[in-house]
Design a binder for this molecule. Sequence first.
Ligand SMILES: Nc1nc2c(c(=O)[nH]1)N[C@H]1C(S)=C(S)[C@@H](COP(=O)(O)O)O[C@H]1N2
Ligand SMILES: [Mo]
Length: 420
Amino acid sequence: MTDSTSTNRRQFLKQASLGGVLAGAMSLPVWASQTQAQFPDTLPEWMRKPGDNFSNYGQPSPYEQQVIRWISANPDAPGNGVSWTPLHDLQGTITPNGLHYERHHNGVPQIDPAQHLLLVDGLVQQPLSFDISSLLRYPMVSRTCFIECGGNSNSGWKNNPIQSKAGYAHGLVSNAEWTGVPVKLLLEEAGIKSAAKWIIAEGADAAALNVSIPLEKLLDDAILALYQNGERLRPENGYPLRLVLPGWEGILNVKWLRQLRLVEQPAMTRDETAQYTELQADGSARQFTFVMDVKSLITSPSLGMVLPDNPGIYQVSGLAWSGRGKITRVEISADGGQTWLDAKLHDPVLDRAFTRFSLPWHWQGQYAILQSRASDETGAVQPSRSALIEQRGHHGFFHYNAIISWEITESGDINHVYAD
Ligand SMILES: Nc1nc2c(c(=O)[nH]1)N[C@H]1C(S)=C(S)[C@@H](COP(=O)(O)O)O[C@H]1N2
Ligand SMILES: [Mo]
């Protein structure tokens, strides 16, 4: 190590430990480099022979085989279940299509697009049907947004903190660029009758899942998505077309969409009465809780990882999102919420989409509790767990958005704890 490097390192460590344990702005930091700048004597094996053949459709490196969705399905009804996005293994904000979370009520239909029809009917001047090839000729828009299941993070309602990796407890949320036809275009083409206030959307899966959606939302920013991150939708995510309702609960983003029926009143279907409603502290239930509230999650360091250097410098990094608008602030605490520092928000900060945040942290080997707290442009702030439970009671199942706490032990292990 040269003299100047060691001086920089000393200066940096001094700065980094200011204001408690989190590092703010700094100059010329030394992160985790090694000082032996030399290759081994022999060339690696892959430089001594020609490489592999090309492929028609790419796959991740075999060294990344552990980066997978984690499936939890009901053994008695295997088509009913979820698979979780491994948020703890990903960076940036876009969820690769093969890792988008899944929630199926009755399996994944293999739909032949040539035989699929979308009907727009009910309170319209002229009922219409659309096949996929005609939909592909409509003007399209692209929008990057998250979709989150209302049941994401629901283990948070339990009395003991679940010891699952970040994505396997909070990864029923993913973020993609969706491209398709504004729903408004098709509704206007059919002609909306003035009595129409709601739309019943139905999917072409064996569940024939259906939900009621306020007409207003469909006229505002809803997309009939045909493409997901540039390629046609994956079967799991609704091929050949699905509804995307930016910021609204997952269940409303009906996959394999086959019908939009305009009506006066919500239909009170199973998935908006028996399910996807929330029991409150006073025994009443909330219904039609469409918007997903502001939330954040530290993806690294997080449970299942170990901090190898003690002391050491680590990038605290994670995701924040809100169904009400843009993320405006993410604060980080390393002492269980006593002191907070602002994390850096990475560009682009988009409306109702994942926002990546980070903050360097100089860990000095002490017991620590890492937390992130997000705010959005409506002024909503992510609540502590005790505040959420005080407001909503203990019998919740959906819409859990409290602050998530990772405990760092003195040996660098990480556990999930309830800290507030
Ligand atoms: N037709 C149909 N649409 C559906 C579902 C379903 O089972 N069938 N699941 C819903 C639920 S509960 C969620 S959270 C999202 C999940 O979308 P994804 O599997 O693409 O992540 O789709 C919604 N749309
Ligand atoms: Mo869901």
